[in-house]
Design a protein around this ligand. Sequence first.
Ligand code: BG6
Length: 316
Amino acid sequence: MFEAATGDDMSSETLDNVVEELNECFAIPGRIAFHEAAGGLIVAEIGNQQATARIALQGAQVLGWTPKDQQPVIWESPAAIYTAGKSVRGGVPVCWPWFGPHATESDFPAHGFARNLDWEVVQTQQLPDDTTTLSLRLPQTDETRRWWPHASELLLLVNVGERLQIDLLTRNTGSEIFTVTQALHTYFAISDVREVSVLGLEDQPYIDKVDGGARRVQSGPVTFDGETDRIYLDQGCKVEIDDPGLQRRICISRDGSHSTVVWNPWTEKSAAMADMGPDAYLGMLCVEATNAADDAVSIAPGDEHRLQVLYWLESL
Ligand code: BG6
């Protein structure tokens, strides 16, 4: 295992050494290598016969995934800011151990702290089916214990191929039960949010955060003509984004999740975000596999919870 400290506190020489050591321990020639990216972040670049992907060690954040001969499936903001301690706008931020604002402490970081901190590399593997796997662990430190005093282990496993699989594993290593809310907060790349529709959430109840948390029921596919911020309390069903502009369907299957967040900030909120900009909202849509609101998960001592997503493309 190897812990990669990044950020302002590290000289460029130290950063070079960290990257070199990561490559010595974990690079797989022609498949996975570690590089320094902007802002001193360290990024694992994966490429195999089926796809390419980029994963930042900060936040264990998948920043991109592009299956062979396709356009990127994961969106990264054209105005993304790479800096230590702040999640990059786009990719797959890991929200843990709470989703949204903390229930009682308003000064605790929104969407938890896992997305802002450096994770350590546990393992890389090239599998016989020519997919490539990177496993990461979030270290517990005095800083994390201040926000989250529970003895626990958090692991993220990414498998890159024609399909992208991400597993987020929370283990209770202590002696008391605890409860988490969480999300794989995926930003999908789409042709135009006004033209796409989300299928699979028909007739599901949802909490409408744009309307003060009103509870409603989805009628037909989800389409977009304004700011959308909803928590669907679903049956863990398969969800699809139909994108006629790119003549493709993004398919999402899940395990360990009975809620889905659908988010697009639309014009004003997009313009107000320095790392997004005025028109960026048109090309992205977040469909997040979550355990949020009524779908919080409690984990008993010795148990673990696995939140898993699998993404793939189909032609339209
Ligand atoms: C979504 C939330 O999951 O994340 C939204 O439902 C929130 O309410 C959005 O605005 C982005 O959050 P952040 O903290 O990354 O700007």
